[in-house]
Structures are given as C-alpha cells and as structure tokens.
Design a protein. Structure first.
Length: 319
C-alpha cells in the first residue's frame, strides 16, 4: 500500500508536498490505533479473499485521517481496484476522497446544540410540571397543543383529554364561550386584546371536568412559531383562586349583613321614644340616639366623646 502518485488536491488537503507522500505507505496518513496497526493484514486478507468493506463501494465511508501538522481530518473515502497494464498484471488501488472536516464539525456542533436544546426543553417541561400554576399552549385555532401537570390537576382532566381540544371546553356556558372564536379572529385581525399580553392578568370563570365552577387568574401571551410561514401560538398561565374567591364572597356577604345589622341598630336607637346613651368603661360617650339629644338639648356631636358626667348636675354623684 505504497503511494505511487497524488494530485494537487490531495497535497493541499493533507498539507504535504508530492515528494513527501509518494513512496510512503498510506498508513502514515492514519492516526496510531487499531486501523493503522492492522492495515497491512486487512489489505493482505482482501487480496487473498476478495472481501472488502470500502473497496468498490459507491457510497464511500467517512474515516478519520491525519494531516501533516498532526491535525485530524474527516474524509469520505472511495477506493477502487484495477490491474496494471505494464508487465504481469498487478493490483493497484485508486483512492478518491473529499475533505468533510468542516462539514463534520458543523454536524457535531449541531448535534451538541440539539442535545443542549433537548436538555433545555426537558428542564423546561420539568419546571412547568412542577409549577403550582397551570400552563397550556394553544394554536391560532385555540386548539390545545400541550398542558402541564398543574393544569390537569386544576381542571381534573387527563393530559390526553385536554390536548387536541378547543380551549372552550374549559369555559362555562355563556356569551364568552359562544363568542370566543370571533373574539380570537378579531384579535388576530386587529391586534387589540383585553387579556393577551396583560401583566396583571384577569379573573375569569372556568369549568372543571366534573362541571364545577372555578375562578382563575389568567395571563395569556402570544408568540410566533419557527415554522415558515410563522404561526401565532398562545401560552396561558393561570392560578386557581376558587377557594380564595369563595372566601372573599363569604366575607362580602358577612360584611353586608353586618352593615345591615348596624344600620338596623342605629335605626332602632334613632326611633326609640326613650333616650339612649352608650358609653365605654371610662364612661366616655360613644353613641346617642335622637331622643337623648332631644331630651338633653345637646347636638349629637357635642355629646359623643364627652364623659357622662356632663349630663349630671353638680354634687356628690358627679364628683
């Protein structure tokens, strides 16, 4: 396997002069290792059996070679066999190769980038699934493309029961649900939105799988896919505030009932025919009814905050 001739491209690729290559065994273009060590035996076996892995292959094979400066080259190698014409026919081999080092490195970089992207996506999926808030992604037709674990837990659906469905399955019956498609179309046409892109979010009513009502704080953002042409995609992030909303409603009802009770108490005092004065433990007047002001002849403001002794004549009791 001694080199008999080389072309200028071979010299340029390997970085040798012609005289540095001609007469050398092709093994000097290989890195030390199993292939270099066994190359002579591999060739001898081919010559005796005719069995080959590269010789005669139209597709070629990518192998690692060594340049004159010791750097690694990636080449796609095709080897063909022929017989010499002068004297007794002897086998000779012609190697045609292409330097794909830069292309190979690009593929390696892309593979590393793909692995990094895959890992990043996996981390993102784990992050989304670990979130206490629900997340779902929908396309421009409002078809759900993916959901996280919290979203399935909040709504009570399995992952497969949500993906592929329109987001309207999560809405209670009403004007919003029936007009939702037109609202989305109008947004895509005009860019005007009420919820999309809002940092504060909006409290809306939703419907769980069992038909129960939910109250959620909803934030929706829009982005574009990397497809050609790019398509809009919507990411909804929401938090279940049903329990908090119920507690707030209960507090509102309690506050209203207390307000009515106080108003009733005040009306009762106001309408009493007898005077009523309410004082604290220091005997400071806190409230009086109209009858008390009428009886004592003081205005209400003049009495509240004063000690009850103002209503007593001088004497032992007052002192």
């Amino acid at each position: 396997m001694k080199i008999k001739d080389v072309n200028s491209a071979a010299m340029r690729i390997f970085g040798y002069l012609e005289e540095d290559m001609v007469g050398q065994n092709v093994k000097f273009l290989m890195f030390p290792g199993e292939l270099q060590d066994n190359h002579d035996d591999i060739v001898a076996n081919y010559l005796s059996t005719g069995e080959a892995k590269i010789i005669g292959s139209f597709e070629g094979r990518q192998v690692t070679a060594k340049a004159a400066d010791g750097s690694a080259l990636e080449i796609v190698l095709n080897i063909s066999k022929s017989l010499t014409q002068d004297g007794p026919p002897q086998p000779q081999f012609t190697a045609v190769f292409q330097d794909v080092t830069a292309l190979s490195q690009t593929f390696k970089n892309l593979e590393k980038e793909r692995e990094a992207t895959t890992a990043m996506i996996a981390d993102l999926v784990r992050f989304l699934n670990d979130l206490a808030v629900g997340v779902f992604v929908a396309d421009k037709t409002m078809t759900i493309k993916d959901v996280n674990t919290a979203a399935t837990r909040i709504f009570g659906y399995e992952h497969g029961d949500m993906v592929g469905k329109n987001v309207k399955i999560l809405m209670p019956e009403g004007d919003l649900k029936h007009g939702h498609d037109e609202i989305v179309k109008a947004y895509l046409r005009t860019g005007k939105a009420k919820i999309i892109g809002s940092f504060e979010g909006r409290q809306v009513s939703a419907k769980a799988a069992d038909g129960s009502d939910l109250e959620i704080i909803l934030n929706v953002s829009k982005s574009m896919t990397r497809d050609s042409p790019a398509q809009p995609i919507f990411t909804a992030v929401f938090q279940n505030v049903t329990e908090l909303s119920n507690q707030m409603n209960a507090l509102d009802k309690e506050r209203e009932a207390t307000k009515l009770m106080i108003q009733g108490h005040e009306d009762f005092l106001k309408n009493l025919a007898v005077g009523v004065v309410i004082a604290d433990k220091s005997m400071t007047i806190k409230n009086v009814n109209d009858a008390a002001t009428r009886i004592f002849g003081w205005d209400r403001e003049e009495m509240i905050g004063q000690n009850v002794t103002m209503l007593m004549p001088p004497g032992d009791l007052k002192d």
